[in-house]
Structures are given as structure tokens and as C-alpha cells.
Design a binder for this molecule. Structure first.
Ligand SMILES: [Cu+2]
Length: 69
């Protein structure tokens, strides 16, 4: 299991939270995803076949940009 925290500066409300949690949560292998609105972060725990690139792509598919870490 891999756990990562991604910074997504455009997160601003529960709509953002629901969009991102929905998209990332659909990926096979994702164990847990939680958007912290106040911190503008996305915590994700996942196993194969999902990888960091797939998580980033899912977030970007909702119209958000992931900040370089
Ligand atoms: Cu929002």
C-alpha cells in the first residue's frame, strides 16, 4: 500500500471534494481517498494497478491541477 498527499491549490469547497474523491475513488486499487478542503490537499492510499500518475490524471480529469511537490 502506498500513501501520498497531493497539493491541489484550486480546491475551495465541498463540490471540489466530492468531484475529486469520486474520480479518484473509481480507480481500481484505491483503498482510501480524502480531500481536506482547508488544506487543499488530497490524501490517497492505493495499491497496484493504480500509481501516482493515474491518481494525478483522475484529479486533472475533473479540471484541477496538481501542484508539483
Ligand atoms: Cu469547489
Amino acid at each position: 500500500m502506498t500513501s501520498i498527499t497531493l497539493s491541489v491549490p484550486e480546491i475551495s469547497c465541498d463540490h471540489c471534494k466530492n468531484s475529486i474523491e469520486g474520480a479518484v475513488g473509481e480507480l481500481a486499487g484505491v483503498d482510501n481517498v480524502e480531500v481536506i478542503v482547508e488544506a487543499r490537499t488530497v490524501d490517497v492510499s492505493f495499491d497496484s494497478p493504480t500509481d501516482v500518475d493515474a491518481v494525478v490524471a483522475a484529479i486533472e480529469s475533473q479540471g484541477y491541477e496538481v501542484a508539483a511537490s
